[in-house]
Write a new protein. Structure first.
Length: 349
């Protein structure tokens, strides 16, 4: 009987991942077909491959595909980083938001918009975009990197523990939030509106270059984490157990923290603050496939992509033709899901 159960468990996990992948394909097709132009799913998918009239190909490849790719791989990257951070910090609340990475990016963006003047609008409305989006993205990356380096430095400090890093992240978040508010205090109405607009999160903000950078980095991070799955499994049982299995816990934790913060920093710098995806996707995946990282990592990646694609679909359809801020929607929809997992997941255990 035990042998049969051991054989059935991997089959159930594989089936769960396959079902999630099918859901991802459906969400991708639905998301790429949503827009102001009257185009069906089949027509849109053909246009994405280069078939169809020039107008359909232009709309799909230049507008919709970069946005959907950003949602897919951005959600994947945030979910993978959240999954790994929750392991190496041994804290179920670990994510880019709780470590202050998102708030550091917001500070960098505010600095670029108000101090460097990169926030003046290129068009007549706030939806026209920033006059120098690359400067905003670079400064946001620098701000998030400062937060990440601070976390890494504190992890090397004496008496530091994985649990204390979360508290350090909370302190850094408060510090960056205060600094952002102080910069906004000296800005004019347009610059302050630009900062607020940036913090809302916008998947359409990422260009083809941004979408390519996010996709390549997210897939590379997933591959590296899968190669390190046995070390992650060992670290689940504590540093002493990991050390007895040949894992240098402190060095491995520093490496994984550096990798995760890099992915989160790049993603946030291009699309703005998107909360809860990196936090709840690993929890949902864990309930479906368990704690084995050979299954948990790909399941978390797929779930993160599904959640962000669903959020993007909701953002573009609930108040069409107005596009709602994706960051606000993920927070509104993610908080109840997380509370449900927290309450009923705890009861199940």
């Amino acid at each position: 009987m035990k042998l049969k159960l051991s054989k059935k468990l991997p089959e159930k996990r594989t089936a769960a991942i396959a079902a999630m992948f099918c859901a991802l394909c459906i969400c991708f097709a639905a998301s790429i077909s949503v827009g102001g132009a009257d185009m069906g799913i089949v027509e849109t998918l053909k246009a994405a491959l280069g078939f169809g009239d020039a107008r359909s190909v232009l709309i799909t490849r230049e507008i919709r595909l970069p946005r959907v790719a950003t949602a897919l791989f951005g959600g994947m990257g945030l979910a993978v980083t959240g999954c790994v951070l929750q392991c190496v910090l041994r804290n179920p609340l670990a994510s880019a938001s709780t470590l202050g990475i998102s708030q550091g990016a917001a500070f960098g963006a505010a600095f670029a918009i108000i101090v460097l003047g990169a926030g003046s609008f290129a068009g007549s409305s706030i939806l026209s975009g920033f006059s120098n989006p690359l400067t905003v993205a670079v400064c946001a990356f620098i701000g998030s990197s400062i937060s990440a380096v601070s976390i890494l430095f504190l992890s090397k400090a004496r008496r530091s523990s994985p649990e204390s890093m979360i508290l350090c992240g909370v302190a850094l978040s408060a510090m960056f939030a205060g600094a952002t508010a102080l910069i906004q205090y000296f800005g004019d109405e347009i610059d302050v509106a630009s900062v607020v607009f940036w913090t809302f999160g916008d998947l359409g903000r990422a260009s083809k270059i941004g979408a390519f950078a996010i996709s390549m980095l997210s897939m590379a991070a997933l591959a590296v984490c899968l190669l390190q799955r046995w070390n992650l499994n060992a670290l689940e049982y504590g540093d002493d157990t990991a050390l007895s299995l040949g894992v240098k816990a402190a060095r491995f934790r520093t490496f994984m923290l550096l990798l995760c913060t890099l992915v989160a920093a790049v993603t946030v710098s291009f699309v703005g603050i998107i909360n809860f995806v990196g936090l709840i996707a690993p929890h949902i995946a864990r309930r479906l496939v368990g704690n084995a990282y050979a299954y948990l990592l790909p399941a978390s990646a797929i779930m993160g992509a599904v959640l962000l694609l669903l959020g993007d679909i909701a953002a573009r359809t609930l108040a069409a033709p107005i596009v709602l801020p994706i960051g606000a929607l993920t927070s509104i929809l993610g908080a109840p899901i997380f509370l449900y997992l927290l309450v009923y997941g705890g009861r199940a255990r």
